[in-house]
Each structure stands twice: as structure tokens, then as C-alpha cells.
Design a protein around this ligand. Structure first.
Ligand code: DX5
Ligand code: ZN
Length: 216
């Protein structure tokens, strides 16, 4: 996997025209397609589940990145992989047995990511960093698109980078929430490898052009 990747979030897509929006992403410079699953329990919002994931599987030609904002994710990770997830990320705050869940994802043939909420310190990753393929740092409180970026994320990127280096980990750093054309290049410079963007892409006049611009 290479750095400077853009992962548009389908949460901000037009669900009446989901096939059209996925085709737009297929034809764009997007690297991954980010799929936000919310259960109304771990986060105060419900997004979508397997029927939408099935549509993604049918049409997406890009790497499919599933972000589970659900309690007891271990009950569903395998089914998401059967529905075509290339990477599944689970929240540290939602996993009682995080090490087991990370390996459950990898044993099923997908990459595994761990997600931290804005208030969860990076040091919580010390004993799992060597096992994960990706660290997703939330730069907003999860649950909704279109929120304001939390500046403390820059400090957490630098701490995550140090942790990765000191453990010879190959984990990528992904940032999710409030990413836009003003902060994207700063985030890559700070050490991010993958940026999720929902609102910035889908609310723009020209989503394909915005995806291109987010890389520079
Ligand atoms: C928030 C989701 C994000 C969201 C990002 O809970 O995890 O992936 O779609 O949306 P923007 O880019 O609009 O902040
Ligand atoms: Zn997300």
C-alpha cells in the first residue's frame, strides 16, 4: 500500500443514486472507498448495514475500507469481509478483546485497523501496534459527517508515528473527520497516509476534481 491515499466516505453520498456515486469514485483518483457503519449504540446515529454493503460489493472497483462504529463488532466483521471489505477497522473503545478481534479480521483474509476516538490517548495502542495494518485517528467525534476538524489530531499523528517506528510496525495512519482542501496537505505532511473525506468531496461542485486536489 502506498502513501497519500484518499478515501471518500459514502456516508455523504446520495443514497438515491448510490450506484452513480460509486461509479464516480471508480472513475476518480480516489484510492479507497470508505464505508461508515453506525448502529445507534456506539454512536448516536444509524447509517446503514449489509444491503448497502452489497451494493458497494457489486459496483466498487476500489479498495473497500469499512469503518465499524458499532458495539460488539466481533459479531459482524466476518460478514463484512464476505461482502467484500478489504479492510475492516474497529474501535478500541468498542472491543473487549481487541487483540482477538484484530486477528479474527486478518484470519478471514482482510487487513485490520484499530480506531481511536478523539479523547482516547495513543499510548493505548502500545500492545497492539505490532499487530494492526492501520491506525485510524478520529479527528471528530464519530457519528456524523460535516463536523469541524479537531486540531489535537496533529499531536496524535506525531505520537502514532513514533509508536509505529519504535515497534517496527508497518501500520498506515488514517485520519477521519473534517478533512478538507485546507488541511489535507498539512495532514499528509504531518505523517498521515490515508485521508477520509465525506462532506468535502460530495458537497463540492466537482467531486472528482476535489478528490484530485486533496492529494496536493
Ligand atoms: C464520522 C465518519 C466519517 C465521516 C467523515 O463518524 O466516520 O467517515 O463520513 O465525514 P466528513 O469528511 O464530512 O467529516
Ligand atoms: Zn469513518
Amino acid at each position: 500500500m502506498k502513501n497519500k491515499l484518499i478515501a471518500p466516505s459514502l456516508l455523504s453520498a446520495d443514497f438515491g443514486n448510490l450506484h452513480r456515486d460509486i461509479e464516480m469514485l471508480n472513475n476518480s483518483q480516489a484510492d479507497w472507498i470508505h464505508v461508515d457503519v453506525m448502529d445507534g449504540r456506539f454512536v448516536p446515529n444509524i447509517s446503514f448495514g449489509f444491503p448497502v454493503m452489497k451494493t458497494v460489493q457489486q459496483h466498487a472497483k476500489k479498495f473497500v475500507d469499512v469503518h465499524l462504529m458499532i458495539v460488539e463488532p466481533e459479531k459482524y466483521v466476518e460478514e463484512f469481509i464476505e461482502y467484500g471489505a478489504d479492510l475492516v477497522s474497529v474501535h478500541l473503545e468498542a472491543c473487549t478483546h481487541l487483540h482477538r478481534t484484530i486477528h479474527q479480521i486478518q484470519d478471514k483474509g482482510a487487513k485490520a485497523g484499530v480506531v481511536l476516538n478523539p479523547a482516547t490517548p495513543v499510548l493505548m495502542l502500545e500492545d497492539i501496534i505490532a499487530d494492526v495494518d492501520l491506525v485510524l485517528l478520529m479527528s471528530v467525534n464519530p457519528g456524523f459527517g460535516g463536523q469541524k476538524f479537531i486540531q489535537n489530531t496533529y499531536k496524535k499523528i506525531s505520537e502514532t508515528k513514533d509508536l509505529i517506528l519504535s515497534n517496527n510496525s508497518t501500520a498506515l495512519i488514517q485520519i477521519d473527520g473534517g478533512v478538507n482542501l485546507d488541511n489535507a496537505s498539512k495532514l499528509f505532511e504531518a505523517g498521515a497516509d490515508v485521508l477520509v473525506a465525506g462532506n468535502a468531496v460530495f458537497s463540492s461542485q466537482d467531486p472528482e476534481r476535489t478528490i484530485e486536489l486533496l492529494k496536493f
